[in-house]
Ligand binder design. Structure first.
Ligand SMILES: Cc1cc2nc3c(=O)[nH]c(=O)nc-3n(C[C@H](O)[C@H](O)[C@H](O)COP(=O)(O)OP(=O)(O)OC[C@H]3O[C@@H](n4cnc5c(N)ncnc54)[C@H](O)[C@@H]3O)c2cc1C
Length: 286
């Protein structure tokens, strides 16, 4: 894995963004839409923004959030209120402003080359849990915009219960294949979302070269998805949501251990600038 340089990139902007709307979409979960002519135009699925939630020192550091959606004038995030920063965000009203840096990091990059396979045989599998779901929605929309048929996109969503299956209706509107799983069985498969994924991979006859898996969510889920991808020899990308401070590789606070060819066989990669998207097999999960 090539080591990438930290630092601000020419494609990153710092903007004062106006709140266009804020909507509660699930218990403790909100979609915030911000006006942004520069950041939104450059946003790629899997990239994220660093939002300074307050003018004061509480909290001092910006908070990272993936793009849920973006067009030439605005972008949205879907966030879970878990602490001080997200509590402040949840109180924002239309017309309020926020300081935002982005787009940060590297988004999803694995493509399925034509390689002799008819387009109809490509299969994009996305596995999301909790607040890992937003970048997968952005990615699905982007693929469809780039003329990938919605029939080639398979979404696997997992949550504790039905009320937390984020953006389910919006995925349905995209017309993609949807597989749901809840811990309590209130919707879809009862248990982990990795089971429907494994069942699906066991049942299809397509060669691994025409399938790609993308995942974002809790670390144990991504670890399991990555292992399943390896078992079926399907290339897989994971987007790690490790706590981070600066968002451009200066503070070195978001290191993840990755395999490397050096003497120790591994090294620390800085998730905010080398990731947050990594190849599943490159991460040292244990
Ligand atoms: C690249 C990236 C993309 C992200 N995208 C989203 C998103 O789209 N939607 C969303 O809701 N959240 C997302 N997160 C997580 C989000 O950044 C944190 O939930 C947020 O920073 C919490 O801020 P806070 O001030 O409200 O909570 P804090 O007061 O900072 O923390 C509250 C609690 O949450 C824990 N926590 C904080 N950050 C993380 C984290 N990254 N992972 C696990 N636990 C954490 C803390 O340890 C603490 O227990 C993303 C994180 C990363 C790194």
């Amino acid at each position: 894995m090539k080591k990438l340089k930290p630092g601000l990139k020419p494609s990153m902007y710092k903007e004062i963004c106006k709140v266009l709307s804020q909507e509660k979409v699930a218990p403790g979960h909100f979609v915030l839409t911000l006006e942004s002519p520069k950041i939104s135009k450059n946003a790629k699925p899997g990239q994220f923004v660093q939002i300074l939630c307050a003018d004061s020192t509480e909290p001092l550091l910006p908070r990272p959030f993936s793009f849920l959606d973006a067009d030439s004038k605005k972008f949205s995030i879907l966030y879970h209120m878990v602490g001080k920063g997200t509590e402040i965000l949840s109180k924002l009203k239309k017309g309020d402003t926020l300081s935002v840096l982005g787009p940060c990091g590297n988004g999803f990059g694995l493509r399925i080359e034509d390689g002799g396979w008819r387009i109809g045989k490509r299969q994009y599998l996305m596995v999301g849990g909790g607040v890992g779901i937003p970048p997968l929605y952005h990615f699905s929309k982007q693929l469809i915009k780039n003329k990938i048929s919605n029939k080639n996109i398979y979404i696997f969503l997992g949550a504790r219960d039905k009320s937390l299956l984020l953006h389910e209706k919006e995925f349905k509107k995209l017309g993609v294949h949807l597989y749901l799983a809840t811990d309590d069985g209130s919707c879809g498969h009862k248990g982990f979302v990795t089971q429907p994924l494994e069942n699906f991979l066991s049942s299809i006859l397509h060669p691994p070269s025409s399938i790609r898996i993308y995942t974002c969510g809790p670390t144990p889920m991504m670890k399991a998805v990555s292992k399943i991808a390896q078992k079926f020899e399907v290339p897989c990308e994971v987007s790690v949501e490790v706590p981070m401070a600066c968002g451009f590789g200066a503070c070195l606070g978001c290191a993840v251990t990755v395999r490397d060819e050096g003497s120790t066989g591994h090294r620390h990669a800085i998730a905010c600038c080398e990731g947050p998207v990594f190849r599943g097999e490159s991460i040292v999960w244990d």
